[in-house]
Design a protein around this ligand. Structure first.
Ligand code: ZN
Length: 684
């Protein structure tokens, strides 16, 4: 909601070295400042900050961005919140953009729901402490559970009276709207239109957002009557998404960062008891089994999760399920099973802080030994279950995104079960290949957009697949569930598309100096710059970048370049472009453009090459070559595709189509030959 002018003023005032320097110590070395990266574990300074470019990059973990992204990442804020943070730092008054009536209505509603939730929390809390029944029933229950007054206040606990109209009546009398009470999940509208309290005759656990606003409640009955639900929880509302919230996250987040570990328990009371015992990096998945959204919430603060489970069958089943989810998100998971007689609540109460920490340290296990021990009893009885167990563990390893970690675990399994590590690794690869294939199938059906075909060649249209024409990057696409819209759908072409984007971002405005006979089809007399050359040669063949990431960067480039005044001097123009790309709002595009620009500034190989001959003087050779290489790759993919089509026409016994395709193929082969010839020009 910050308007364009204010945003520009904030960005102009921001000095990245000051912003980063507020969080980590920076030392100047050459043109850049260096510090210890806060985004990975490190002892040496790997994080470079470039004041002239206004960007940072960590050479160890690869994190990069501008001042806004640094604040976003470090402080876990949104883009707009980070801008406001910077505005405050640089004393710039933020003018909020005028909102549409719909935006105002939706923001007001959101705020109103938070306000009634806060009212309800205060209301329940007031009853707990000040009402005779509240004290006699609610407060004494919490005291029985050994919660101290300080803890009870810290978690905002409360009590609701026995009659189901109390909150409704009092809230309406205070002017809160019935509509909001219902939409915040505090009240229920009956079929006859009347409104009643959702929670009554229960002790109340408010659920806080990450920033400490009350967003929902869990209510526990104190009756032993089995016909009454033990817990009643807020269902999903506009301010509360159960699968993306964690009970206790607000109270725990700083402790999680400090300990670099998050302990996950099952219930509200478990969190509170552990917290009271001084173990504060504890959260619970509040009444649901663990979800991916909850794991990602934890991932904002740490990559280490320890899951504590009751030793009963249900607890163990949940542990197995939760483990794979955590592994899939690339986090480290450890599991602690409590003594059979305990749940985390009773466990914490019966022990001192030191005893708890000791127990956790001694009983924390990785998922392999957890699963293995679990199956040991079965295995003795049934040898078949042994291979089932190994396959199950291998399945868990296969979901881990990090290759090095997968290998480490594979070695552990090999040792434990006396298997060949190669066998295990190849099983893992097979599982991942299958997952990859599934993911691609999904991706293809999602991405209806067809990669470019060379015009006029009547080439086969459609998806060219991932034929290994040249070296495929070893990077795996992220876990299939993570629908990454920027997944490189065509990794082979991506290499070339990145390179062309690279030339645009660094040299788009520069003139091309053609060497004598290295014209590569360009008109010799023309004074032409890099961007025009690239655009024209791609347009000539109707080529559109196949990968969305580079397609969007390309479009962004030309739509911004189009706004620059014509008479601008080359270097100045290129700087304006660099500045624009260093401040993109889309974080994926921003990161990729910074990586492109920064790589070339910092990689020694390039620097070395540059000392031989400045790169901008060789653009007349390098840029056309890059375009030709790109076209060659496209043609190769088309050839591969047509060859496949010919084979299938043959299988189906369709000679007419076979001939037709063969004609196209020979045409394409000629194009391929021509392109290869051009590429070789001048490289001798
Ligand atoms: Zn780093």
């Amino acid at each position: 909601m910050i308007d364009r002018t204010t945003k520009d003023r904030i960005l102009a005032a921001t000095r990245i070295e000051e912003v980063v320097g507020d969080f980590i110590a920076l030392k100047r070395r050459g043109a850049n400042w260096w510090g210890i990266c806060p985004f990975h574990q490190d002892k040496r300074p790997s994080l470079a900050v470039s004041p002239s470019k206004g960007i940072f990059k960590c050479f160890a973990c690869g994190e990069s961005g501008n001042a806004v992204s640094f604040v976003m990442k470090h402080e876990h804020l949104t883009y707009a919140e980070s801008l406001k943070y910077l505005a405050k730092k640089y004393h710039i008054e933020v003018v909020e953009k005028e909102e549409t009536p719909e935006e105002i209505a939706s923001r007001l509603k959101h705020e109103s729901l938070l306000v009634v939730s806060e009212f309800a929390q205060k209301y329940f809390q007031d009853i707990l402490w000040n009402d005779a029944n509240g004290r006699a029933i609610g407060l004494s229950y919490f005291h029985e559970r050994k919660f101290t007054d300080e803890t009870i206040r810290k978690f905002g606990l409360g009590y609701t009276p026995t009659r189901p109209h109390t909150l409704t009546k009092d809230a309406l009398a205070k002017g809160y709207k019935e509509e909001y009470l219902v939409d915040a999940g505090l009240c229920i509208r009956r079929d006859d239109g009347s409104v009643v309290d959702k929670f009554y005759d229960r002790v109340m656990f408010p659920i806080y957002s990450i920033s400490g606003r009350v967003i929902a409640f869990g209510g526990r009955t104190l009756k032993s009557d089995k016909s009454i639900a033990k817990y009643v929880n807020t269902a999903g509302t506009e301010i509360y998404n159960k699968s993306e919230s964690l009970y206790g996250i607000f109270q725990a987040k700083n402790a999680i960062i400090k300990a670099d570990k998050c302990i996950l328990v099952e219930g509200y009371a478990d969190v509170i008891s552990m917290h009271q015992q001084g173990i504060q990096n504890v959260v619970a998945s509040s009444g649901t089994s663990l979800t991916t959204g909850q794991i990602r919430l934890i991932k904002r603060f740490t990559s280490n999760i320890t899951i504590i489970y009751d030793g009963d069958a249900a607890g163990i089943k949940a542990a197995v399920r939760g483990t794979n989810l955590v592994l899939e998100e690339g986090l480290n998971v450890r599991i602690v099973v409590l003594p059979p007689e305990d749940d985390p609540d009773t466990f914490a109460q019966a022990r001192s802080t030191t005893e708890i920490l000791e127990y956790l340290a001694e009983n924390e296990r990785d998922f392999i030994s957890f699963k293995s021990d679990l199956a040991e009893a079965d295995m003795a009885a049934d040898p078949l279950s042994r291979s089932k167990l190994i396959n199950d563990i291998i399945g868990s390893i296969a979901v881990i995104p990090d290759a090095i970690l997968r290998k480490e675990y594979a070695e552990m399994v090999a040792e434990r079960f006396r298997q060949e590590v190669e066998d295990i690794l190849s099983k893992i690869t097979a599982i991942r290949d299958e997952q990859k294939r599934q993911a691609q199938l999904r991706e293809r059906s999602l991405e209806a957009q067809v990669p470019p075909a060379l015009s006029g060649q009547n080439a086969a249209e459609g998806d060219f697949g991932l034929e290994p024409v040249s070296d495929l990057p070893q990077e795996m696409p992220p876990a299939p569930e993570e629908a990454n819209p920027y997944l490189l759908t065509n990794p082979v072409l991506a290499v070339q598309e990145r390179e062309l984007t690279d030339y645009l971002l660094r040299f788009g405005s520069y003139p091309l100096h053609f060497e004598k006979d290295m014209l590569y089809g360009a008109a010799p007399a023309e004074q032409i710059n890099v961007e025009t050359y690239i655009r024209n040669t791609l347009l000539d063949d109707d080529i559109v970048f196949a990968n969305r990431l580079y397609r969007e960067l390309y479009d962004e480039y030309f739509s911004f370049a189009g706004t620059l005044p014509e008479e601008m001097e080359t270097r100045e123009r290129q700087e304006a472009i660099a500045h624009h790309f260093a401040n993109l709002e889309n974080q994926t595009l921003l990161r990729e453009s910074l990586n492109i620009v920064f790589d070339d500034q910092e990689l020694t190989v390039r620097v070395y090459r540059d000392t031989l001959e400045p790169e901008e003087q060789r653009l007349g050779e390098t840029v056309p070559k890059s375009v030709i290489m790109y076209k060659l790759r496209i043609t190769e993919q088309q050839c591969a595709e047509i060859t496949r089509a010919i084979n299938s026409a043959q299988r189906e016994g369709d000679p007419a189509r076979q001939r037709e395709l063969a004609k196209t193929l020979s045409l394409l082969n000629k194009v391929k030959l021509q392109l290869s010839k051009e590429l070789r020009k001048g490289s001798a």
